[in-house]
Design a protein around this ligand. Sequence first.
Ligand SMILES: NC(=O)c1ccc[n+]([C@@H]2O[C@H](COP(=O)([O-])OP(=O)(O)OC[C@H]3O[C@@H](n4cnc5c(N)ncnc54)[C@H](O)[C@@H]3O)[C@@H](O)[C@H]2O)c1
Length: 253
Amino acid sequence: MKIDLTGRTAFVTGGSKGIGKAIVQSLAACGANVGVMARGRNDLDATVAEVNALGGGRVIGVAGDVADYDSIAAAVAQTAQTFGGLHLAVNNAGISGAEGLLHESGPGNWRTVMGVNLDGVGFAMMAEIAQMLEAGGGSIVNIASVEAHTVLRHFPVYTATKHALIGLTKGTAADYASLGIRVNSVSPGVIRTPLTMAPGQKEVTDRLEGKIPSGRLGESEEVARTVTFLLSDLSAYTTGTDVVVDGAFLLRE
Ligand SMILES: NC(=O)c1ccc[n+]([C@@H]2O[C@H](COP(=O)([O-])OP(=O)(O)OC[C@H]3O[C@@H](n4cnc5c(N)ncnc54)[C@H](O)[C@@H]3O)[C@@H](O)[C@H]2O)c1
């Protein structure tokens, strides 16, 4: 069975690297046209050029900050205008924030992580859903985390935002089911990306890797395939649920 997204328009946040980039590649390979939003222009331009060179669906890049409503609303509108409507969306941009106990991490870290991980998804969904209602329906995937089901020690704000995303996903799935919009989330385990390999974060990744029952880190492409399935009509009766892609990390001893 082949997933064919020809004629569909998708919008992906944080699509310039890591899991988001793999999602953009997967959607374009299935024929979708994709609007990609990310913060830094350089990685974004490189990703757009790389995916367009592969010759699937067309990809455009829009630089901006998901924590800013006007910025994300403009990016969604530009995507819909360029390709003609919006049918699919992946709210993937996310940051882990500073490591530390809550009382030490301060209100600045709180605001930053909440801004990207929670405001960024809620704001994006407002703009995406408005476009999808005009298009007659759609499918949204929010990227949560295994930390939505457990905790990442010493990253309490990150943990809080990911738990909240599950609630946002379920609440909106119920509200929009009769209007033809499905909303699901995907919870990656420990995946090899620039985020988990970054200085300071790599030590956390190394510590977690030894505990994964599958014995290895996950790859971004493995998350992207599950996201692509949830966006496609193959999952037409699936909404309001979370799919964990973690090599059994949550079942470790
Ligand atoms: N890597 C993992 O192991 C892992 C595990 C569980 C969940 N996740 C989640 O998956 C998502 C992607 O993680 P990743 O590891 O690929 O991250 P990454 O750091 O490799 O890439 C993050 C992407 O988000 C973009 N971004 C960050 N802040 C932004 C902002 N304010 N506005 C617009 N774009 C912004 C960046 O430009 C980049 O494209 C995140 O939500 C993360 O929490 C990752």
